[in-house]
Design a protein around this ligand. Structure first.
Ligand code: ADE
Length: 236
């Protein structure tokens, strides 16, 4: 999978070079390029923003540097119409089904905006060349799209075949197909301080362990995420 990320803080994205995603780049499963939006400005101050028409607080990102940065990426794209993800609190919710869907794409481009957002005309232009997806991590506001892009790329990247060594570890985790949260996990020693591992996990009875884990998942989901519990029950 090819990923291009445009930002005015390219160094924010350095974290993509460590751990699983760093390794995935080394072995050629992911090809990630970071682009500095300011490289597509022509004034001395490398200006990317200006005051909003109609007044109001904050600054708005100018459309031209975005179009120039994205045109350069388009020219090198392996596909006709790449997916352009714009992280924004006013987008559709990014969740596990969205991550799964996007993991099938050949080329993803992330446009990390800052300030009050990007001039709306950039989106009109972008729709002609990209499959544009405005996506939100959740109902809270970050200072810009970089942290959201990091989270989305990690969630998507780990679903690309080969990135996670043992694909079974993708099956029994929170937000996987059954819509339940993950069960609690324990490791050695069986007694740590005054806390014991639940006896059933030491029993060797795999059927009983599986049933216990399912109960724990149900209980956790019901108490921590009543919204998911309702959905799960509707699914059944
Ligand atoms: N940019 C600012 N806040 C955001 C959020 N909640 N999700 C995605 N991008 C954002």
């Amino acid at each position: 999978m090819r990923l291009d990320i445009v930002s005015i803080f390219p160094e924010y994205l350095d974290a993509l070079n460590i751990s699983l995603l760093g390794k995935a780049q080394e072995i050629g499963l992911l090809e990630i390029d970071i682009h500095d939006l300011r490289d597509h400005t022509f004034d001395q101050h490398k200006t990317v923003d200006d005051t909003p028409y109609g007044g109001g607080a904050g600054m708005v990102m100018k459309p031209e540097p975005w179009a120039l940065a994205l045109e350069e990426i388009l020219d090198a794209s392996p596909v006709e119409k790449p997916v352009l993800i714009v992280p924004t609190p006013s987008g559709e919710v990014f969740n596990q089904p969205a991550a799964s869907e996007l993991a099938d794409a050949v080329h993803l481009v992330f446009a990390c905006g800052r300030y009050e957002g990007i001039d709306e005309r950039m989106f009109h232009w972008a729709h002609e060349h990209f499959d544009v997806r405005l996506m939100s991590l959740g109902d809270y506001v970050l200072n810009g799209g970089e942290v959201a892009a990091l989270a989305m790329i990690e969630a998507i990247g780990r679903l690309v075949p080969g990135v996670v060594g043992n694909p079974e570890s993708l099956v029994e985790e929170s937000h996987s197909d059954d819509g339940l949260l993950e069960y609690p996990v324990y490791t050695k020693p069986s007694m740590w301080r005054e806390y014991e591992v639940p006896e059933i996990l030491l029993s060797g009875d795999h059927a009983k362990i599986a049933a216990w884990r399912k109960e724990q998942q149900a209980e956790r989901t019901r108490t921590r995420r009543p919204d998911l519990w309702t959905k799960h029950q509707d699914m059944a």
